[in-house]
Write a protein that binds this ligand. Structure first.
Ligand code: G16
Length: 545
């Protein structure tokens, strides 16, 4: 093998977003584009020579090509060994589990998560550190800086590696181990939950479950864990074969893109009592009961409230954490348990320090992410197993568990309205105008609601003191209601405006009011404050979740 140095020039816009660099495949497949970014990751590391790198992705279009490129570049960068998932597959939480278990130096995960895949759609890449979690902002800032000044990348001249067979091979001095992508992860999950009890639940004839893998990475994981280790009937996992274009679907487990699952659970003839889904790279989840969708913000609160039912957590929770736009339902549970609830900016990377420092055990995000200190990523199947464990012990339907939770803690009625593909200039104008208005918002009234305070969320990490500014505009209303406005950091086309709406309702007799009806006064207030339709020309959101 010989190492070659290839001259290059910087590409603009290689700035990592909420979770790594995400662009259209057409952008990523330009000669040198992927190579530049990977070289900048390697240039920003130190001490990796001779160490182990974990590599894999969600199987989307371009995954196979990118893996071969990265393997050649890893050898040139001096890594001693690369652990790569068979056929290039590793879900995001499984990659995190492998990095931790195998004590790797770090990992590269190829995914654009819930974004669609295919030649005209999205691809992505992110670097995870030795703790198994997404690189922090200091690192991603360093990578971005490097992308603006790169002049050459290094690769090795060697043929493609056969990734279809488990076993070892080499590029020069670097060992490549093609690994079973499921084994380490499945073993970890088995150590956390009461598998015997869950298996008992899945064996009951009156309990029928469907797991929709959305033709994404969790198909093989779902089959191995739910149907294999837990004995769920064959066919429990649907859309279980990962496809490069996710079968033409949008692998985002929400009521719009997982509509098939939602309607199956709403159909009494289906006989289904529990439904779940996960996204492109297997870190997001959706939990559905009979004709009842659990909102992600409620899901993390209910998981926290039921921690005693799950073996690995029964000893107690150190603390919990949620991203700022996630509803405050979790805060209410934390208050009752007498533990801290941390509020972080959007992005799983912000939970890393809290988990590493032992300050938080469970974390959750409104964007369908739930997880714990078992890995350093959110984990779709972990959330599904947590719910199954709760159901196995409580022996009550999902809806009853949620309603009882609301009766006890009150209900944080919550919804997110997404306006997708807005012209960037218009989205920026909307946010800038909101920022300018912040000092004058306190005291503003509409529909009987009154603004108590408003700010642009700024986070100081309690572990290392680092500050992250401009993380979303919060408008806090009296009686625990809130509106939050922020632009998505994961899209690849135009801008997506996210409006997060929350109202606290203590009175159980009002819990049955449909979510959008209960939030109507807030929805109107958000329009008055942000002038969404006037500035963007949009009169209704594209996705309501
Ligand atoms: C990523 C991050 C999450 C974040 C989400 C939403 O998720 O890992 O922590 O909540 O993006 O980001 P945004 O609102 O900026 O689009 P994923 O599943 O895309 O990796």
């Amino acid at each position: 093998m010989s190492i070659v140095t290839v001259s290059t020039t910087p590409f603009s816009g290689q700035k990592p977003g909420t979770s790594g660099l995400r662009k259209k495949v057409k952008v990523f497949s330009q000669p040198g584009y992927l190579e530049n970014f990977v070289q900048c990751i390697f240039d920003s590391l130190s001490g990796h020579q001779g160490k182990t790198l974990v590599l894999g992705g969600d199987g989307r279009y371009f995954n196979d090509v990118a893996i071969q490129t990265i393997l050649r570049m890893s050898a040139a960068a001096g890594f001693g060994r690369v652990l790569v998932g068979c056929n290039g597959i590793l879900s995001t939480p499984a990659a995190s589990a492998v990095i931790r278990k195998q004590q790797a130096f770090g990992g590269i995960i190829l995914s654009a998560s819930h974004n669609p895949g295919g030649p005209d759609d999205d691809f992505g890449i992110k670097y995870n550190m030795g703790n198994g979690g997404p690189a922090n902002e200091t690192f991603t800032d360093a990578v971005y800086k490097r992308t603006q000044e790169i002049t050459a990348y290094r690769t090795s001249e060697s043929p493609d590696i056969d990734l279809g067979r488990i076993g070892d091979t080499r590029i020069g001095d670097m060992l490549i181990s093609v690994i079973d992508p499921v084994a380490d992860y499945a073993e970890l999950l088995e150590s956390l939950f009461d598998f015997e009890r869950i298996a008992g639940l899945l064996a009951r004839p009156e309990f029928r479950m469907r797991f929709d893998a959305m033709h994404a990475v969790n198909g093989p994981y779902g089959r191995a864990i739910l149907e294999g280790r837990l004995g769920a009937p064959a066919g429990t996992v649907v859309n279980g074969i990962p496809l490069p274009d996710f079968g033409g679907g949008h692998p985002d487990p929400n009521p719009v893109y997982a509509a098939e699952l939602v309607s199956a659970l709403a159909d009494p003839d289906s006989g289904l009592s529990f439904g779940a889904a996960s996204d492109g790279d297997g870190d997001r989840n959706m939990i559905v009961g009979r004709n009842f969708i659990v909102s992600p913000s409620d899901s993390i609160a209910i998981i926290a409230a039921n921690y005693k039912l799950v073996p690995a957590y029964a000893k107690g929770l150190a603390g919990v954490a949620r991203s700022m736009p996630t509803s405050c339902a979790l805060d209410r549970v934390a208050a009752e348990l007498g533990i801290s609830c941390y509020e972080t900016p959007t992005g799983w990377k912000y939970f890393g320090n809290l988990l590493d420092a032992g300050k938080a055990t469970l974390c959750g995000e409104e964007s369908a992410g739930t997880g714990s200190n078992h890995v350093r990523e959110k984990d779709g199947l972990w959330a599904v197993l947590f719910w199954l464990n709760i159901l196995a012990v409580r022996d009550e339907p999902v809806e009853q568990i949620v309603r009882e939770h609301w009766r006890h803690f009150g209900r944080n009625v919550y919804s997110r309205h997404d306006y997708e593909g807005i012209e960037t200039a218009k989205a920026d104008r909307l946010v800038n105008e909101l920022r300018q208005k912040l000092p004058s918002l306190a005291g503003m009234e509409s529909n009987g609601l009154r603004v108590e305070a408003a700010d642009d969320f700024c986070y100081t990490d309690p572990v290392d003191g680092s500050r992250s500014e401009k993380q979303g505009i919060r408008v806090l209303l009296e009686n625990g209601s809130r509106m939050v406005f922020r632009l998505s950091g994961t899209g690849t086309e135009g801008a997506t405006l996210r409006v997060y709406l929350e109202r606290y309702v203590a009175d159980p007799s009002l819990h049955a009011i449909p979510t959008q009806d209960a939030l109507k006064p807030l929805i109107e207030f958000a329009e008055t404050v942000a002038r969404i339709s006037e500035i963007t020309g949009r009169t209704s959101p594209d996705v309501i979740s």
